[in-house]
Ligand binder design. Sequence first.
Ligand SMILES: Nc1ncnc2c1ncn2[C@@H]1O[C@H](COP(=O)(O)OP(=O)(O)OP(=O)(O)O)[C@@H](O)[C@H]1O
Ligand SMILES: [Mg+2]
Length: 161
Amino acid sequence: MATQGTLDFISHSARQTGQFGAQLGSLLAPGDLILLDGSVGAGKTTMAQGIARGLGISEPVISPSFTIVREYAGRLPLYHIDLYRLAPGSALESIGIEDYLYGDGAVVIEWPDRADALLPADHLQVRLHVTGDTQRSIRLMSTGDQSSRLIEEFRRQALGN
Ligand SMILES: Nc1ncnc2c1ncn2[C@@H]1O[C@H](COP(=O)(O)OP(=O)(O)OP(=O)(O)O)[C@@H](O)[C@H]1O
Ligand SMILES: [Mg+2]
């Protein structure tokens, strides 16, 4: 629904971005897909770390740049994927991305533009922009029923309306 499609907020610290992530993580269900967009240092991994915490994952979440996919065991499995180093046009099938996308866990992808064509249409897009030394604007956008539900629940829990 259009009115539930977008949610904007401002983060004033890395810690706050992590807390937003944790709120989001607490809401995730199997098959949920979150795409994290933003320039280098915008806070994508910081948000992913919060999401992991919200899923009850205590293991430290590190940037998976060289391994592409890292799996963490929480309330659900979390697959943290970073496509930054994937060469344009290279075979994503080789990392078995479908197994993660249609598996038993939730998936978070940094630099998802490297894989656009292969990603399910219904996903939650998170766009981070650097607006100051410690300030980030964060926009959540849904693209289908499943991601709209996430935004709706996030709004209810995090913002109290
Ligand atoms: N409000 C904020 N939210 C998130 N990170 C912040 C904020 N303010 C400052 N920072 C800092 O910005 C950096 C964000 O780094 P992070 O690794 O999360 O970015 P990234 O988007 O994953 O970058 P990359 O493209 O290299 O993977 C951290 O050093 C963090 O401490
Ligand atoms: Mg990162």
